[in-house]
Design a binder for this molecule. Structure first.
Ligand SMILES: *Cc1c(COP(=O)(O)O)cnc(C)c1O
Ligand code: SF4
Length: 337
């Protein structure tokens, strides 16, 4: 077989991913950013590597160092700022006893299916997570099944990461088959940012597999800004909805990205046009290196109030924070009592 034939076997989204941009210089050149600015910030990639797909870069505004999409991926000097309450493991997850499995909430268990992502978001609460210890192979699969069977309260499995859609359609389908065999399960949920940076990942084959499953299938997207909902993504999402997958979105409230009710309202409108309902708007987890993205609780509550005045109730995301040890995500209002 020739090399070209071997390559053509890989799905389009994997080929796209192999071409992801990892160099700040290349990113700066593509966007026509001042070289001095790029050089001043690029060192911070030693803290967390730069990675972004060409598709996502294509949605950025040329020549704008303050572009809200660029801000999410470009290393920044501000990541060296030390802030006492911003730590490496804000959610106290790293000493979890069953590797690859987080069971914090009563009825659902979260599985870390894949370590990596197709984009490295600078604000990511898992930027210090020891992913290499979380390979999900055959053994982890049988441990997961045994774990679920030992707790009949579990009725939903959440595939998360990293990004679970980095697994192939075949791998996901095999795991789904095993989960379908457990009568206690009602739902399968996928948490993924991958469609936003690689819309081709929403393959019709996977939509059909999920839509036809005995388990009700949910995709929770992660988009933060209206410009992330590109035309290709919108079309693919509508097709997934038509295949029978329920679609939600979660966002993180980020200074300089979406800390503005007008922007968030526009995001909700774009999402709904793609058959996606806003689900959560997360107050930032206090992870070391991300303090420059923080929005104060007072500002967050004001933005939430303004958003309610702009949108119908079903387009307003729930403003929440994750509090270690709590039985669910906590509405921001309740964390201030
Ligand atoms: C956020 C999260 C969930 C999902 O919570 P929902 O409120 O059901 O969306 C489940 N498990 C863990 C560990 C989580 O962090
Ligand atoms: S896609 Fe999600 S898990 Fe991956 S880097 Fe971004 S925020 Fe973190």
């Amino acid at each position: 077989m020739s090399k070209a034939e071997v390559i053509s076997v890989r799905p389009a989204w994997q080929q796209e991913l192999a071409q992801a941009i990892r160099s700040p210089i290349e990113l700066g050149e593509r966007l026509g950013l001042p070289e001095s600015w790029v050089n001043a910030h690029s060192r911070a990639r030693e803290l967390f590597p730069l990675m972004v797909t060409r598709h996502f870069v294509g949605l950025m505004e040329k020549g704008n160092i303050a572009d809200p999409l660029l801000r999410q991926v470009m290393p920044s000097n501000e990541e060296y700022l030390e802030q006492e309450d911003f730590v490496t493991d804000p959610l106290v997850e790293q000493d979890n006893t069953t590797p690859g499995l987080l069971h914090k909430y009563h009825s659902r268990v979260l599985v870390i299916l894949r370590g990596g992502c197709a984009i490295n978001c600078r604000y990511c609460f898992r930027r210090h997570f020891p992913y290499s210890e979380h390979h999900f192979g055959r053994q982890q699969r049988s441990e997961l099944l045994a774990y679920i069977q030992a707790d009949t309260n579990i009725n939903e499995v959440i595939l998360s990461g990293g990004d679970p859609l980095l697994a192939t359609d075949t791998q996901l389908s095999q795991l789904l088959t095993e989960l379908e065999s457990l009568p206690q399960l009602k739902r399968i949920r996928i948490h993924s940012r991958l469609p936003v940076v690689l819309p081709e990942r929403l393959t019709p084959a996977l939509a059909k597999r999920l839509g036809d499953s005995r388990l009700q299938a949910i995709l929770v997207l992660h988009a933060n800004h209206p410009r992330e909902i590109a035309a290709e993504l919108q079309q693919a999402l509508v097709a997934w909805a038509q295949a029978g997958v329920t679609l939600f979105n979660q966002s993180v409230l980020l200074r300089g990205v979406n800390d503005n009710a007008q922007v968030l309202a526009a995001l909700s409108e774009e999402l709904f046009a793609a058959k996606v309902l806003p689900y959560y708007l997360h107050q930032l987890d206090k992870v070391k290196g991300a303090s420059h993205f923080a929005v104060t609780d007072a500002e967050a509550l004001t933005i939430g109030e303004q958003l309610r005045a702009l949108l119908p109730g079903f387009l307003v995301p729930r403003l929440v924070r994750e509090v270690a040890g709590e039985p669910s995500k906590t509405p921001l209002e309740l964390t201030l009592k």
